[in-house]
Design a protein around this ligand. Structure first.
Ligand SMILES: [Zn+2]
Ligand SMILES: [Zn+2]
Length: 435
């Protein structure tokens, strides 16, 4: 798969003009050697690493940059555990920003990339990311996934100016990181379907070009799974490129719609509620993989009959949000007040539309792979349902199906099921059938 030509500006058939600000993507063997040259004009840098990525590549890169005449300030997180992308971590990096610094360099994957993106946006500086794992699609995206004020938020921030994927380095990533990258790409089968669904129900802007570009990345990941797990450098390189292309798809769309839907909302639920309750959660793309299995099964389950809608009870909703989200409940309620998804008049309007167009909606839902197909893809990639159930248990999985949507302002399958008043009963049926 070839990376789209950069920088991209596409006057598209969908009516929109799509743009992308990434200067360059370098992917290949020993790509990390290109970093000093890519940064030739940036004399003073802040280099962000953690206890895993410093020995892996960060220390060597610091030496190479210093050798090439750069001043390197180190913002190092002295831990091998996952850094939480919160206010404290942001301040740790900001402490290294002096006036002479003109760019940031991150060595890492998900969290380090998000932190660099966030801090460089706040400081108005470009950043370069040396990817250490093909574990998620956020490298090239326009948003930074942060945990601020206890909420999982995606703040708007430019993508990195430079993305470097060294295939030799990427192929040494831990097996779970490889699995996570595959899971994040397989998740596109679910979110792309949600995008089409919302375009139909809410008239949300939809672009077939971006849809196809993203779907091709999911197909490639499914095809390459065995070679990726065998650490074939070319296959791992293609996985990385697929993840970058999805990031570019998000940049082109101007939001994360092409890459994140109901399956991602489940993963965000496990992260937020997991942090609150002290329950361990799985790597992002692994949660997304299991989330995709759940949503694809639900798409099948709902197709069997047109559900009867029941009225929405706002008081009961607020009460339950309080129980599920605890200290985060006020932020959740505030967000949903903004979306207007629970505005009764609008809900009834959507319900009427959904019922009138039920056959069309059923065929749309059937475009997503079946639960059996997703289960086979996941199993080939080393996912076991037992891992998912053991980590979260039936109660939390049931809760996530009902409540994950409330963390977000994006209409998905879950919102449609809530509109129809069947989400809770379907969650119950799911738990009964599969757990
Ligand atoms: Zn993702
Ligand atoms: Zn378009």
């Amino acid at each position: 798969m070839a990376l789209p030509k950069l920088p991209a500006r596409i006057e598209c058939a969908c009516g929109a003009v799509h743009t992308c600000d990434i200067k360059s993507v370098v992917c290949g063997k020993n790509a990390v050697a290109a970093v000093p040259e890519l940064l030739a004009e940036q004399r003073a840098l802040v280099l962000v690493t953690d206890g895993n990525t410093a020995p892996l590549a960060g220390d060597a890169l610091a030496a190479a940059l210093t050798e090439a005449g750069h001043t390197v300030h180190r913002a190092h997180f002295d831990t091998t555990a996952v850094v939480v992308p919160n206010e404290e971590a942001v301040a740790h990096i900001q402490a290294q920003l002096t006036e002479e610094v003109t760019a940031l360099v991150g060595v890492g994957s998900g969290v380090i990339n998000d932190l660099c993106k966030y801090v460089s946006c706040e400081a108005g500086l470009p950043y370069l990311i040396v990817a250490t794992a093909p574990s998620m699609d956020g490298y090239a995206s326009k948003g930074a996934a942060m945990i601020l004020g206890g909420m999982k938020v995606t703040t708007s921030a430019p993508p990195p100016a430079w993305i470097v994927g060294d295939t030799a380095l990427l192929a040494t990533a831990p097996a779970d990181m490889l699995r996570s990258g595959i899971g994040d790409l397989l998740g596109k089968y679910s979110c792309l379907n949600d995008w089409k669904l919302s375009a139909l129900i809410n008239g949300e802007p939809f672009c077939q070009e971006i849809y196809d570009m993203t779907a091709a990345c999911a197909d490639a990941a499914a095809r390459d799974t065995a070679a990726i797990l065998a650490r074939d450098e070319e296959a791992v390189g293609r996985l990385f490129e697929g993840l970058v292309v999805v990031g570019i798809a998000m940049a082109l769309a101007g939001n994360s719609r092409p890459a994140s839907g109901s399956e991602h909302h489940l993963s965000h639920f496990y992260e937020i509620v997991g942090l609150q309750r002290g329950v361990d959660y799985l790597a992002h793309g692994i949660d997304v993989g299991y989330g995709t299995l759940v949503t694809c099964r639900l798409r099948q389950m709902v197709r069997t009959a047109l559900p009867e809608s029941t009225p929405f009870d706002p008081q009961l909703w607020r009460l339950k949000v309080g129980v599920v989200y605890g200290p985060t409940a006020p932020a959740v309620a505030e967000l949903q007040a903004k979306t207007g998804f629970y505005d009764e008049a609008k809900r009834l309007e959507r319900c009427a539309f959904i019922k009138e167009n039920w056959q069309q909606i059923c065929s749309l839902l059937a475009e997503a792979p079946s639960g059996e197909e997703i289960a086979a893809m996941l199993s080939a990639a080393g996912f076991t349902e037992r891992e998912y159930y053991r980590t979260y248990g039936s109660r939390m999985i049931g809760e996530s199906i009902v409540w994950a949507k409330d963390l977000k302002d994006r209409y998905t399958l879950f919102n449609m099921l809530e509109d129809l008043g069947v989400l809770e009963s379907l969650a119950g049926a799911y738990v009964k059938e599969y757990l």
